[in-house]
Design a protein around this ligand. Structure first.
Ligand code: ACO
Length: 311
């Protein structure tokens, strides 16, 4: 039987140059480094660039890391909540900058979008695509009221990318779980031309619940337990959310990829930024089981267990 499985063969990242520290907020808002650090774990974030420029930078780096040319790519999926234009899709701009072949489209599942996009890429490989470039890019600083202390300190800009390629031996995407509860739209949304509105406490509670449920679902589907997981790559919104979910799942924090202290919440970019950081620090080895887990406005959620195998 022909297997049309997938594996991750490359990764890339992009962060704007401007570093915004907690001290910068302290200087102009009624907030403090202590409050932000204790409630979120965030110390600094980056502002700048466009969704397309950051996406293209991360995408090019992912191609280099996979040893591929832009013309090798047969599909580009860009996960973003902050498109540069209403139309066309930001992926069109990215396609033109990188020079990929085949189709390109944007996907919006808020902060859960990157794992949605990775799962869709795996499905497209099953349907015949050999190499898919998956990018998560967001410029949340554009849709955050920088004078509102309850949201301004949380979000940042950035991009991360992976290459998903055909694996004819085994599907390394062992299981996935995608979900949405549309009744939660009012707790986190942004109108056209407006700023994000969020009921932080509600989002916090629901986020922990869906992360735990969704992670349990993918572990069960993959016939694994939390002890079999070498690394969790969670959405980087708030360290306390991650700690609460990990505790319920029985996963220690030292098996968890964390970059939010340096990036804040970068929505679609957060999971690939954390994955790339872990990979570059040598925290991943062939055969490791990696648990991805995202959640976001919608309320959306998305998890997957992927067996790490670059070669
Ligand atoms: N500095 C100082 N005080 C603040 C700040 C700040 N930056 N922001 C809020 N406060 C105050 C509030 O006004 C409130 O004061 P009050 O008690 O006098 O009313 C107090 O701090 C406590 O506020 P809470 O909202 O109850 O604080 P909480 O412990 O819940 O932390 C936080 C707030 C960090 C927002 C938390 O609820 C959270 O992280 N929620 C989840 C957010 C999230 O993950 N969002 C992204 C989802 S992904 C996506 O799709 C974008």
């Amino acid at each position: 039987m022909t297997i049309r499985g997938s594996h991750i063969t490359g990764w890339g990242t992009a962060l704007p140059d401007q570093v915004v520290t907690n001290a910068d907020f302290e200087a102009r808002l009624d907030t403090s480094d202590t409050w932000i650090t204790e409630r979120t774990g965030i110390k600094e974030r980056r502002f700048g660039g466009t969704t397309a420029s950051l996406a293209a930078e991360a995408g090019k780096m992912a191609l280099e890391s996979a040893g591929l040319l832009p013309s090798d790519i047969e599909l580009l999926i860009l996960s973003t909540t902050t498109p540069d234009l209403t139309t066309p899709a930001t992926s069109s701009i990215v396609q033109n900058t990188i020079g990929t072949r085949g189709g390109a489209f944007d996907l919006n599942a808020a902060c859960a979008g990157f794992v949605y996009a990775m799962v869709v890429a795996g499905g497209m490989v099953k349907m015949g695509a050999n190499r898919v470039l998956v990018i998560g890019s967001d410029t949340l600083s554009k849709i955050t009221d920088q004078n509102d202390r309850s949201t301004a300190v949380l979000f940042g800009d950035g991009a991360g990318a992976i290459v998903v390629e055909l694996d004819p031996t085994e599907d390394k995407i062992l299981s996935y779980d995608l979900g949405v509860d549309g009744s939660a739209v009012p707790i986190l949304y942004c109108n056209h031309g407006g700023y994000m509105t969020m009921e932080g406490r509600e989002v916090f509670k629901k986020a922990v619940r869906v992360m735990v449920e969704s992670s349990r679902n993918v572990l069960e589907s993959a016939k694994l337990t939390s002890d079999d997981i070498a690394l969790v790559v969670p959405h980087q919104a708030n360290l306390r959310i991650i700690e609460a979910a990990n505790q319920r799942l029985g996963i220690p924090m030292d098996k968890t990829a964390i970059v939010l202290d340096k990036t804040g919440n970068t929505s679609s970019a957060s999971i690939p930024l954390a994955l790339a950081d872990a990979a570059e620090k040598g925290k991943l080895k062939e055969g490791d089981n990696v648990l991805f887990c995202g959640f976001g406005a919608g309320m959306t959620w998305s998890s997957a267990v992927v067996r790490w195998s670059k070669s």
